[in-house]
Design a protein around this ligand. Structure first.
Ligand code: ATP
Length: 236
């Protein structure tokens, strides 16, 4: 069963084709990486799944059903940096979000534990590192116990320790049955945590499968660049 299926998705801005026929199938419970250079269309896909943008054509299915906005109650997302109040502590953030979304308070402690923020739950956000802020953003996205979570460029701005913590959290989410759909232009930072990946170039799916299929007999990064080159993409 697929948590998310995207078929022949197009999004045109005037003459510009941001998405030009994207096909993806994300299995339930897997960590799926959407890889591609800047401008490939990754954020446009995320926003379209979340109903923030209308596609020009094509279809999206969530949890085996035709797309319907009511299914978004089972989808959590962290797109760009989370909106946080510097003078409030982590626990207060989660209490506010729990109230807004009708989530029982009892779920807050469990969510704090998943993102390893229990010990600093009473600390104000202004004293949080970027990695801790990212983890609180994830906690907010996880609070309503979504079946699918979308993470757009989660490694942006994180140091190597933060990136390693992030990978650990993503893995533990998948181990608990949450499907994780994650976008990145940094292959090496997320590759290790993904069960399968798609490579998106100029709005088209150029590869979908496991990492071995990219690396072939050689190096993963070289395989990735080969896909970009064969798609006519400039490497930056
Ligand atoms: P990045 O890694 O830089 O975030 P991305 O893969 O997420 O890139 P998108 O942000 O989805 O790429 O953008 C895809 C293309 O669509 C880009 O060429 C971008 O300039 C264009 N684009 C995105 N939003 C709009 C918009 N509102 N109007 C016009 N063009 C847009």
């Amino acid at each position: 069963m697929y948590a998310l299926e995207v078929s022949q998705l197009h999004k045109h801005y005037g003459k510009h084709r941001a998405l030009d026929g994207v096909d993806l199938s994300v299995g339930a419970g897997e960590v799926y990486g959407l890889l591609g250079p800047n401008g490939a269309g990754k954020s446009t896909i995320m926003k379209t799944i979340l109903g923030l943008q209308r596609p020009t054509s094509g279809s999206i299915r969530l949890f085996g059903q035709e797309y319907d906005r009511s299914q978004l109650v089972d989808v959590g997302a962290l797109i760009e940096t989370p909106g946080l109040w510097p003078k409030l502590d982590a626990l207060t953030h989660l209490r506010i979000h729990a109230k807004l979304r009708g989530v029982p308070e009892a779920w807050i402690d469990e969510t704090l534990a998943v993102v390893q923020l229990t010990e600093v739950r009473n600390r104000k956000i202004q004293a949080f590192s970027l990695g801790m802020r990212w983890r609180l953003g994830i906690a907010i996205a996880l609070l309503a116990r979504p079946k699918l979570i979308l993470l757009d460029e989660p490694t942006n701005g994180l140091d190597p320790v933060g990136i390693r913590e992030m990978r650990g959290i993503i893995r533990s989410l998948a181990d608990n049955g949450t499907t994780v759909f994650i976008s990145s232009h940094q292959l090496t930072e997320i590759a290790q945590v993904c069960d399968r990946v798609a490579v998106l170039v100029a709005g088209k799916t150029r590869y979908e499968g496991d990492l071995d299929g990219i690396a072939g007999d050689g190096d993963l990064e070289e395989g990735f660049f080969r896909i970009l080159e064969s798609s006519g993409s400039q490497i930056r």
